[in-house]
Design a protein around this ligand. Sequence first.
Ligand SMILES: *Cc1c(COP(=O)(O)O)cnc(C)c1O
Length: 389
Amino acid sequence: MTRASEADRSHHLATLAVHAGQRPDPVAGAVMPPIYQTSTYIQDGLGRPHHGYEYARTRNPTREVWEANLAALEGAAHGFAFASGLAALDTTLKLLSAGDHVVVGNNIYGGSHRQMDQIYGRFGLTFSFVDMRDVTNVERAMTPNTRMLFCETPSNPMMFLVDLRALGDMAQALGVLLVTDNTFATPMLQRPLSFGADIVLHSTTKYLNGHSDMVGGALLTSRDDLAERIAFLQNAAGGVPGPFDCWLALRGVKTLPLRMRAHCDNAMQLARWLDGRKDVTRVYYPGLPEHPQHELAKRQMSAFGGIISLELGSLERARKVAEGTRIFALAESLGGVESLIGHPASMTHASVPKALREEMGLTDSLVRLSVGIEDVADLQADLDAALSS
Ligand SMILES: *Cc1c(COP(=O)(O)O)cnc(C)c1O
């Protein structure tokens, strides 16, 4: 666990991304944080660790720099890094006890749904998956045992938005925790803690690292009581990242502001162009005025992200397009500098029951684009060729 330094907070996000949590290494003055590739630390005597570090599951200096950087970006007092986004979710759910109930957005990442339903359901937690685009559905799903609301906005892959202010107010009024998965938006576009979320969750695998070369997760909070509990769980359950992955992510995050601008600009341009095509049944992108929650998107996001989903009418056509691009690589994941195309029903969301997929409009003919930072003219030509074939 790392407490982010208060002095950092006066700076803008682009400055924080480069500098927050980092200071020259005391041995050589190295400008980049060293990779502390060690499992243990020497002790001066019994119960007297030399520099306050005892064992690397509990604390590692490279990890602490990464945690402090993330905390600064999300405007949180405390940051915790994990071995994956799902390890971060695992720790989040361990804040609860058997018998507790969680209200969850119905369109969350498939692996998050699987963990809740197939693992924690067996340990006595109960979950209601509801359409959170209408927050009254959340209130209706509450039981006397509800302890947590969990939302993702924009959601994967339907691009549903949740009104963070309304949900934050509701969570506070009802005395339950609000956890927001901010993987799609990143702190560049939206900072959920400022709307009343108690915990922000990230898959740092995606935009935060941004180079598709590590897997990681994070939890950010400003509540000291939650931070103490998360620090306990991080150490006691042990889902921590290694120092090399933290170092890669630290290198990646420095360009987050530049990358997000390019992702958003490219996606906006492609979404407009795709929306005008007769052979695309529907375009899901919150930056389009046609998106049913465009006004909310403008209110709580500073730009609209790099993910676009397309309804193509039939599985055959979805397959053709997904297999027909040359720059957009057919692959799971998102948020890297390179463009990817995916088929959620058979890839990222295959573990979500078909009935639930259909309820939210996640059809077999939907493809998802993670728009990269390549030249947008090349991306458009690539999609044009695949759509026209
Ligand atoms: C990928 C993803 C996760 C899971 O993160 P991993 O790092 O793959 O474990 C959680 N939420 C969202 C929105 C994601 O895209």
